[in-house]
Design a protein around this ligand. Structure first.
Ligand SMILES: [Mn+2]
Length: 323
């Protein structure tokens, strides 16, 4: 149990409403009532195979440390639990992804909302395996969609790594004879070759370029998101921290030269959550994940802070009274 990462100040005089994350998080037990379960994926193998800068295996612990002191405003989904980490042993990436999937399936079966802390973006192939196992019988997989904030499609061909998960998911949907629904927000033309754009197009992926995601483009981006979410019965949200500019998120394998402004991206994320009904009884949001935090490349912790704010915003959606 990574309990030592959950530390922070205690405002003893303010009672329950003065608490922070480290004071409310509990270890997940077999009989815990449904809630939000933080689950780490301590894995570098995908980034390493993708010839990237490693360090993501330490990401989940750094994220817990960054979350620990944040003010606690309550979760959209029940009590807050720490379900620990799934590690990648002996470079066996497929086994680690399978183990993550089994854990995710068990969390979903127990009624929890899995909030995953990466780990490289190969986390998405593990988390999807869990969702597929849990939703298979419900029919919701036929109306399943993934929204990915990312500079990259992560639909590369070849040996599975951190750059391939969404092509693996596409192939899985083809085998199931179900539609692949995938919307990428923040794709960089400078970081994806024409061949990668062609693969994405052939697979039926949708995307909005980083250069389209500006405040003047806000309304049309929201329309694209609304059209994507409307027919869905289930939604997975993936956030790759290299969607943000290097100045905001240096601690990733492949920092972006341009990237999405954090205020715009977090507003888009809030829009996605609201459209998915997150926090309501009929929420479409099945699982969320934040990937690619590499603390050793993040000397002043700013990437961890941004990642923690993203996790905070997902776990604690903003009140509907705000605009
Ligand atoms: Mn990615």
């Amino acid at each position: 149990m990574p309990g030592e990462d959950w530390r922070g100040r205690i405002d003893a005089g303010e009672g329950d409403s003065g608490r922070r994350w480290h004071q409310v998080v509990q270890p997940l037990g077999p009989d815990s009532p449904p809630g939000t379960a933080l689950l780490g994926f301590a894995c570098d193998e995908g980034v390493s195979r993708n010839q990237g800068r490693t360090g993501a295996s330490e990401g989940s612990r750094a994220l817990r440390r960054a979350l620990a002191p944040l003010a606690w405003h309550g979760a959209a989904r029940g009590p807050l639990y720490d379900a620990g980490d799934i590690a990648c042993a002996d470079g066996d990436l497929a086994a680690a992804q399978r183990a993550l999937g089994e854990r995710v399936a068990a969390l979903l079966a127990a009624g929890h909302f899995p909030m995953l802390l990466g780990g490289g973006h190969e986390i998405a192939w593990g988390s999807f395996q869990g969702v597929a196992a849990a939703l298979d019988r419900s029919g919701r997989l036929s109306r399943y969609g993934i929204i990915n904030f990312d500079a990259h499609f992560d639909m590369r061909r070849g040996e599975p790594n951190s750059g391939t998960p969404f092509l693996q998911i596409f192939q899985s949907f083809m085998e199931m004879r179900r539609p692949f629904r995938y919307l990428c927000l923040g794709i960089s033309r400078a970081s994806n070759t024409p061949a990668l754009f062609q693969t994405a197009q052939e697979c039926g992926a949708h995307w909005l370029l980083d250069e389209a995601l500006t405040w003047p483009g806000w309304a049309s981006a929201c329309r694209a998101i609304d059209e994507f979410i409307e027919p869905l019965e289930a939604l997975q949200v993936s956030v790759c921290l290299d969607a943000f500019p290097a100045a905001a998120a240096p601690g990733v394998s492949a920092p972006a030269g341009r990237g999405l402004a954090p205020d715009l991206a977090l507003s888009l994320l809030a829009h996605v959550l609201e459209r998915a009904g997150h926090g309501t009884a009929k929420s479409k949001l099945v699982l969320a994940e934040v990937a690619e935090l590499a603390p050793r490349l993040d000397p002043d912790g700013r990437t961890a802070r941004l990642a923690a704010r993203i996790v905070h915003d997902i776990v604690t959606p903003r009140p509907h009274t705000s605009v």
